[in-house]
Design a binder for this molecule. Structure first.
Ligand SMILES: [Zn+2]
Length: 198
C-alpha cells in the first residue's frame, strides 16, 4: 500500500502567511494537479496541519519575549481554528483521506507527532492500512518535510521525496535537508518520475 504525505500546506506557511515560504502557494496548486493527474497512484492520502494553541508559547515554539531565531523559535503561526491554520485554498481537500493535526501546545515538526481526528497516531493509521511505501511533499523542505521523511524511514518503509512538490524556508538548508534524507535512505525524485502510470 502506498501513501502520500502532504505536509503542512497551510495559509501561514504560504505567501502572505505569518511564516510564509516562497513557493508555498505553487506547491498547493501543483500537489492538487499532481493528484488529479495520477488518481490511482496512492491508496491513501494523508495531510498534516500544524495546529498550535492560541495561548502560551507552545512549549517555547513561539517567540514571545525575544525575536524569533527561525531555527527553534518562530513567529506565532497556525493557531488552531484560525484562517492561518487552514489548508491553502489551492490544495483540493477532497483529495485527502486522513487529516493529521500536530503541535497542540508544543513544537511538532514531523507528521508522526500528530494524530487523526479520532485520536489515532499517524503510525497506528499506517499500520492499520498496511502502508509500505510513502511519498512526501509539502512545506517546509528544511523543517517539517525533512522531519517527516526521516521519521518515515525510521519505520522501515520505502520513502521518496518528490522534489518539485516541496518548498523550503531557505535555499541552503533545503538542499542540505534533501541530501540528508537521501543519505538516510530516501529517494529524492521529480514527481514526473517513477509513477505507476508513466
Ligand atoms: Zn509550528
Amino acid at each position: 500500500m502506498r501513501a502520500l504525505f502532504i505536509i503542512d500546506v497551510q495559509n501561514d506557511f504560504t505567501e502572505g502567511g505569518s511564516l510564509g515560504v516562497n513557493g508555498g502557494a505553487a506547491v498547493a496548486r501543483q500537489v492538487t494537479e499532481f493528484l488529479r493527474a495520477n488518481p490511482n497512484e496512492y491508496d491513501v492520502v494523508f495531510a498534516s496541519r500544524d495546529w498550535h494553541d492560541g495561548t502560551g508559547d507552545n512549549g517555547g515554539h513561539f517567540a514571545t519575549t525575544e525575536p524569533p531565531d527561525y531555527i527553534l523559535t518562530w513567529p506565532a503561526h497556525c493557531v488552531a481554528g484560525t484562517p492561518g491554520a487552514d489548508y491553502h485554498p489551492e490544495l483540493d481537500t477532497s483529495l485527502i483521506d486522513v487529516n493529521i493535526r500536530k503541535g497542540q501546545g508544543k513544537p511538532a515538526y514531523s507528521i508522526f507527532e500528530g494524530t487523526t481526528e479520532d485520536g489515532e497516531t499517524t503510525e497506528e493509521k499506517l499500520e492499520e492500512l498496511a502502508v509500505t511505501d510513502i511519498d512526501v511533499v509539502g512545506i517546509a523542505t528544511d523543517y517539517c518535510v525533512r522531519a517527516s521523511a526521516l521519521d518515515a524511514l525510521e519505520t522501515h518503509r520505502r520513502v521518496r521525496v518528490l522534489r518539485d512538490l516541496v518548498a523550503g524556508v531557505a535555499a541552503d538548508s533545503s538542499v542540505s535537508a534533501l541530501r540528508e534524507v537521501e543519505l538516510a535512505g530516501a529517494a529524492v525524485i521529480p514527481s514526473t518520475e517513477g509513477m505507476k502510470n508513466d
